[in-house]
Design a protein around this ligand. Sequence first.
Ligand code: 5GP
Length: 195
Amino acid sequence: MELLKERIRRDGKIKAGNVLKVDSFLNHQMDTDLFQEIGKEFKRRFADAEINKILTIEASGIGIACVVAQQFHVPVVFAKKNQTKNIAGDVYTSKVESYTHGRTYDIIVAKEFLGAGDKVLLIDDFLANGKALEGLAALVQASGAELVGAGIVIEKGFQVGGDAIRASGIRLESLAIVDSMDEESGTITFRDDEA
Ligand code: 5GP
């Protein structure tokens, strides 16, 4: 998605540990015009798919998931990062190892909002090592719902997540795949770039 790549080139900041900061338009301040275009692009890429629910993970996936959901006219469910020790009630749970925070946490979804008969599209902002998507896919599987695919705004193609997710048979659409980023020069290359 050229508009997105241009924006990443212009406003993305490369941080230590291969972290790409996009706080000015995606992760903190959110550019809602860009979000609309992102929503339309996911709709175009999954136009052939039957989807009745979008599943994402709090917090940064929620905004994106909502604009995608508006295109499909379906609800969004976001997995909650569980803070408390005792998981209350009827929930599905799985574990996610956080790339940016360096710890493992439980994610939960109430059984009443996900189950057999649902056709689910996963949406998230970033794909790095694939742990967040794997955790969400595990929730879908536990619920008996059907996993239709996964949509990612920015995939870091030099980390293992994309290959692992594709190898597992999940249909993955990433709007921008970063192939390399150089902290010193600030140069970012994308997978579709010529030369
Ligand atoms: P994964 O589970 O694929 O290793 O990491 C995905 C999650 O970590 C995303 O939900 C995202 O919040 C966060 N993340 C991973 N890498 C980056 C990055 O380079 N920049 C930002 N802003 N978030 C990242």
